[in-house]
Design a protein around this ligand. Structure first.
Ligand SMILES: Nc1ncnc2c1ncn2[C@@H]1O[C@H](COP(=O)(O)OP(=O)(O)OP(=O)(O)O)[C@@H](O)[C@H]1O
Length: 278
């Protein structure tokens, strides 16, 4: 790579960030406890917990006191109509932006307090290759990063030397996913990771998500691909009107409204049929 300094990304949205706050839950739970009970408390601790988040953009109230706790190895899919606040909530979880009210605590039991974030529109500095780009981000984590392995995991091994401005829209998203995985984060927050991917890559994307969860990573993603969501997610959270209108195992959510599948249940659960104009 010619100049790492100038390879700074066009986007202002970071992908991984250390937890700037102490994991207060752990400190409280382990107070005067034995090593065994401290370990048990750590095992029960969520990888990420958002409590009573509320937010408004001017007069538009987007979130109204929502709370979400995600365990290590759990896949939570956030679904909702366009404009319902999914991206806003995910930005708060990734802590690239703070809500008006509420808290987000990140605290993996093994101390890997890092969040990987794929924004809805990942941006990269033109002129650099996919490998150069991930090597740039790899500088910011302590551990060695095998960039070739990351590219392989996200299906971009053959595009390793291609300039980022020559990648297709779907490939750019996959590179954004790769960027989110740099540094082995404990939590990954993925905003519409399947958007723009062909059907084969959608399946691959959800396989990657399953593999991450199997490795103990907590995954929170938004998606309009309700088929793969229903097959892959441990929990589906439906956001509408600033609140969660459903939260549970995909089958339970579907059965709660007597629907045949998540796609049909979605139509029954959300009040809005057009882009939210709140
Ligand atoms: N920076 C901002 N300034 C003002 N309004 C905003 C801003 N970001 C989002 N909004 C508004 O907040 C609401 C929620 O937007 P958000 O992008 O979170 O929705 P979403 O559920 O992710 O939508 P989509 O499915 O279309 O991506 C929308 O009404 C949007 O116009």
């Amino acid at each position: 790579m010619a100049d790492r300094e100038s390879a700074e990304p066009a986007t202002d949205e970071p992908t991984t960030m250390s937890n700037p706050e102490p994991t207060t839950t752990a400190e409280t739970d382990s107070d005067e406890s034995t090593g065994e009970s401290a370990a048990a408390a750590a095992a029960d601790r969520p990888a990420i917990a958002a409590t009573d988040l509320s937010h408004a953009f001017g007069d538009v109230r987007v979130l109204d006191g929502v709370s979400l706790s995600v365990a290590p190895g759990e896949i939570v899919a956030l679904v909702g109509p366009n404009g319902s606040g999914k991206s806003t909530l995910l930005r708060f979880l990734a802590r690239v932006r703070a809500p008006d009210e509420g808290t987000v605590t990140i605290g993996a039991s093994d101390g890997r307090a890092r969040v990987g974030y794929l924004p809805q529109q990942p941006g990269f500095r033109a002129g650099f290759s996919a490998t150069d780009t991930l090597e740039f981000y790899a500088q910011f984590v302590d551990d060695h990063v095998d960039v070739a392995d990351v590219l392989e995991r996200v299906g971009l091994a053959d595009a390793a030397d291609r300039r980022v401005d020559a990648l297709s829209g779907g490939m750019t998203r996959l590179l954004g996913l790769g960027r989110a995985l740099v540094g082995d984060p404990a939590v990954v927050v993925l905003d519409e990771p399947a958007s723009g991917l062909d059907p084969g890559m959608v399946e691959r994307l959800f396989d990657i998500v399953s593999d991450l969860a199997d490795a103990g990573v907590a995954v929170v993603l938004s998606s309009h691909n309700l088929g793969p969501v229903e097959r892959t997610a441990d929990r589906v959270v439906v956001l509408d009107g600033g609140r969660f209108v459903a939260d549970g195992d995909p089958r339970a959510v579907v059965e709660s409204v007597g629907a045949a599948d998540l796609q049909t249940a979605f139509g029954d659960l959300v009040a809005t049929e057009e882009v939210t104009g709140r």
